[in-house]
Design a protein around this ligand. Structure first.
Ligand code: NAI
Length: 244
């Protein structure tokens, strides 16, 4: 059976993607930064209820060495890695004038370097398989910019470039690499915004509502499927018409 590895999948969009790919019939390798992230949720039980195998692999995706070990462990456990979803991400928002070096560097490490780490090591497994799908989580912040997010928008714009580069480097081996760019999705990450910030966002969205995590998972499922076999290097915006 094919296997999907989803980073940062204890909660939020990553958990929704993991559950959707389980429903699609993949064995699931979950990942998050600590065991504690899995304590208050039943994501593993929900995935196993779909009749697939599921295991969690704790690692900090910003660490090159930890990712190398984790990818080895996933390959040893499941035999193949057919889908990689680079989902783990953080925000450390602040206007540029007040942003610290630590705030900047941490977001780059977690959101951007992780994509290099994972794509390199999983990409090498996929090259030997001569097949694979890599799907990255970008963001509308990376496409259009967002005040207070110079660090975050830098990483999400970088992911667009990385997606196209990986698509070009690995395309001849039967591997596709695409990105989704969510707009404003209801998750613990966006719950942190003030009511005024939330309303300001909704005013700009054609559909006048936030997105649901399942609406991201559905597009990722498509990109992982045979129907998307000739789609690579693309960025699909999932924002309810935020910018047009
Ligand atoms: P979230 O904060 O609910 O979930 C992110 C998960 O990643 C958490 O479980 C967290 O523990 C994990 N994580 C953080 N650092 C990690 C590390 N170093 N190693 C391993 N795991 C780590 O966030 P959400 O909203 O589900 O976001 C998922 C992805 O979607 C992120 O890449 C985010 O930037 C992107 N996104 C989210 C949007 C939204 O509106 N929520 C909009 C656009 C993009």
């Amino acid at each position: 059976m094919a296997t999907a590895l989803i980073t940062g999948s204890a909660r939020g969009i990553g958990a929704a993607i993991a559950l959707r790919l389980a429903k699609d019939g993949y064995n699931i390798a979950l990942n998050d930064i600590s065991e504690a992230m899995f304590e208050d949720n039943d994501i593993m039980d929900k995935i196993k209820a779909e009749g697939v195998e599921c295991e969690k692999f704790i690692c900090d995706v910003s660490s090159y060495a930890q990712v190398e070990e984790t990818v080895k462990a996933v390959k040893a456990r499941f035999g193949t890695i057919d889908v990689l979803v680079n989902n783990a991400g953080i925000t450390r928002d602040g206007l540029m004038a007040r942003m610290s070096e630590e705030q900047y560097d941490m977001v780059v490490a977690v959101n951007q370097k992780s994509v290099f780490n994972m794509s390199k090591f999983v990409g090498s497994v996929m090259m030997r398989q001569k097949s694979g799908k890599i799907i990255n989580l970008a963001s509308v912040a990376g496409l259009y910019g967002n005040p207070g997010q110079i660090n975050y928008s830098a990483t999400k714009a970088a992911i667009v470039g990385m997606t196209k580069t990986v698509a070009k480097e690995l395309g001849s081996r039967g591997i596709t690499c695409n990105a989704v760019a969510p707009g404003f999705i209801k998750t613990p990450m966006t719950d942190k915004l003030t009511d005024a910030q939330k309303q300001a966002m909704i005013n700009q969205i054609a559909m006048k509502r936030y997105g649901e995590v399942d609406e991201i998972a559905g597009v990722v499922s498509f990109l992982a499927s045979k129907d998307a076999s000739y789609v690579t290097g693309q960025v699909i915006e999932i924002s309810g018409g935020l910018m047009m």
